[in-house]
Ligand binder design. Structure first.
Ligand SMILES: [Fe+2]
Length: 201
C-alpha cells in the first residue's frame, strides 16, 4: 500500500494534469477519513487517509462523470494498488446500483457492465464505507451534516429515480460509523456547525 506521502505525490501529479477543486476535496476527504479511522479499533488511519486522497484520482484524466471511477481504478491497478483501486469504483455507490450515480454516464456500455458486475461481486469493507461517508460530507475546510450535502447535490443535478434509497444508503454509512466510533462522527470533524449553517441559495 502506498504511504500517505507517496499518495500526496500521486495526487499532485494528477492535479497538474487536470487542475480543479477535486484537489481540496481529496485532501478534505482524506483528513476526515483519518480522523474517523483513528477512533475505530482495527482501522489504520494512514490507510484511510491514503484511500481518501486517491478516491477521485481518475479525475487526472479530465473533467468526467462516472468515467472518473473507472479511470481511477485502471490507473491504480496499473500501479499494482488493488485496494485503493477498489475504492475508486466503490466510493460513489453506497447502494450497489450504477444507475444511482449522480452525473454524466460518459463510459462505454462494456464499462457499465464491468462496473455493475464488480459492485455485485465485491464485499464492502469498512474502508469502502468510510470513503463513501467522507465523500458525502466533506467540504474544503472540514465537513457538514450529510442531509445538507444531499440536498445540495440534488439541487445541482436534479432528482433521479431511486434517490431516496440512495440517501438512505448514505445515511446508513454514517450510522455505521457512529456505532463504530461510539459517538456522532460530526463531533470528530472540523467546522461541522459553521458549514451546516451556511445557506444553500
Ligand atoms: Fe468521485
Amino acid at each position: 500500500m502506498l504511504t500517505p506521502k507517496e499518495a500526496e505525490k500521486i495526487l499532485k501529479q494528477g492535479v497538474a494534469l487536470n487542475p480543479g477543486p477535486w484537489e481540496q476535496h481529496s485532501f478534505s476527504v482524506a483528513r476526515n477519513a483519518r480522523l474517523i479511522a483513528e477512533k475505530v479499533e482495527g482501522m489504520d488511519a494512514d490507510t484511510a487517509y491514503t484511500m481518501g486522497l486517491l478516491h477521485d484520482i481518475g479525475r487526472r484524466a479530465g473533467v468526467t462523470g462516472i468515467l472518473h471511477t473507472l479511470d481511477g481504478y485502471d490507473y491504480l491497478m496499473s500501479l499494482g494498488e488493488t485496494e485503493i483501486a477498489r475504492i475508486c469504483l466503490t466510493h460513489s455507490f453506497p447502494k450497489k446500483d450504477i444507475h444511482t450515480f449522480m452525473g454524466k454516464f460518459d463510459c462505454t456500455d462494456n464499462q457499465k457492465v464491468f462496473l455493475q458486475d464488480y459492485l455485485n461481486k465485491v464485499a464492502y469493507t469498512d474502508y469502502d464505507i468510510l470513503i463513501q461517508l467522507c465523500d458525502a460530507i466533506s467540504l474544503p475546510n472540514g465537513a457538514c451534516i450529510m442531509e445538507k450535502r444531499l440536498v445540495d447535490v440534488a439541487m445541482r443535478h436534479g432528482i433521479t429515480d431511486g434517490m431516496i434509497e440512495k440517501w438512505k444508503a448514505f445515511m446508513n454509512t454514517k450510522k455505521h460509523f457512529d456505532q463504530l466510533c461510539g459517538c456522532s462522527i460530526y463531533t470528530l470533524l472540523p467546522n461541522v456547525m459553521e458549514n451546516s449553517y451556511q445557506d444553500l441559495i
